[in-house]
Design a protein. Sequence first.
Length: 560
Amino acid sequence: MSPLDSAFRRFQSDIKNIELPKKFTYPFYYEPHPIAIQAAEELQRELHSHNLISPLFDKANSQCLPTGKMFGVLIVKNQLGELGYLAGFSGKLGTHTAIDCFVPPVFDLWNKDGFFVKEETTLNKINKQIDVLEQDRVYQDAKALLLSQVAEEKQAITAKKENLKSLKTQRKKIRDQQSAILSESDFQLLNEDLIKQSLRDKHELKVLMLYWQEQIDQTKDIIQNFEQTINALKEERKQKSNALQTKLFHQYRFLNNNGQEQDLLDIFKQTALQQPPAAAGDCAAPKLLQYAYLKGYTPICMAEFWWGDSPKSEIRKHQHFYPACRGKCEPILGHMLQGLEVDDNPLLINQSLSEPIEVVFEDDYFAIVNKPNEFLSVPGIYIQDSVYERMKLRYPNATGPLIVHRLDMATSGILIIAKDKDSHKALQSQFIKKTVEKRYVALLDGTIEGDQGIIDLPLRVDLDDRPRQMVCYEYGKTAKTKWEVIERKEGKTKVYFYPITGRTHQLRVHASHPEGLNTPIVGDDLYGTKANRLYLHAESITFRHPKTYEVISFQVKEKF
């Protein structure tokens, strides 16, 4: 390592035959360059034996972290033209924000002498004051008493009103009976007495209502005294917290290759979020680039990999490479990469431009097509070419939306095309009612145990890293998949998938997640390892004909 900079790492292995990339890595979808893989492998060997880091991933150690951590390597040239690399990690490693030979955080908010820790202490004191007040016995007893009083008041007043209603009925009955018996003067005296009784009853109801109102108001006063203090503390906490957050965002300042600097507020005010999300700026990629710019190093390429156990919600495989997250890192890296020549976004390239779409069957009402892999079902933001656009050209006189259902871009297989509005409505209704039977074929990247089963893992989008999906028992939507093994061969398992529900990336997540089959689909660049394609194919479908209502089935064999 350089005596001037312990974070600048020289390669321990021979790299002279590795040709450097001509452009910097597009960080949100990439295949690691061989020299980045070399650097990552060297770093991984170090992680196995590092005296501070290794215990954090050792399950037998009390310091072991609950989940793994993202690490990154950035290949750079220093001012002398020497090639080396920087290493970094996202967030903190246990209690460590900075470790020798790793790039430091852009801003160390956990520095015990820094403003953040001191102001956090103030906020924690306010939190403790709020907790003490909220748990105060007098306050808790008053809240319980208020609930009891409100219930008793309702019961007492309801009973009183029922009693008064009964007395009123009796007075009416007396009037009716006595009007025919008494003289006019005697009846007038009787009626005056009955009116007095009515006024007395109303007065008693009013007195009862006033009694309960006084009791409830006294209790409310006790509660209000507490809550005024609590709300004042909460408002003070909110103002201090907002001021601290704004001050913190100003400390996270990022350079780009043009030497321009922006803080988090500058960067995110141009986005839909307006405000930076929590932990923005603490990921490995921004830390690595910021350090390189500060030291005057030239960035060449980079890669990030996961080290350790996967979180329960996300899918992260030990030692697998992953792109930078979009929610937190895309705006930051969008600024930091300015001035660098960066690889094109491969997602904007239509890889199936010359690929024909096979029409498996058609009649006057619908068609069955075989969608190629890496081909859109409907137009995207940047790529218009899609099954929808091709079908518009093929059936210029068709009416309605054409597309009845969709497949992920990476998935190949059967799609139904409706040629008129009525057929579209009839077919889509079957999907809504879940009467359509679908079967997929997938090749899994490993040998799985068991021959069949059902996976039940609720899914929602990863808000920080769209379009990735994550398992979430609190907010996720129900997602169920039936599976069945076809064959095991050469360390791979071919399976049938029968989706009971139809969530985004459902089969891919259910295959890869540790609580699912724990074996990703071959070629899954989001939840496994990239290959020449995603080995997932919508092989068969059964539904009722939109006009004749006859049950019909179609099958297109997979090409793997």
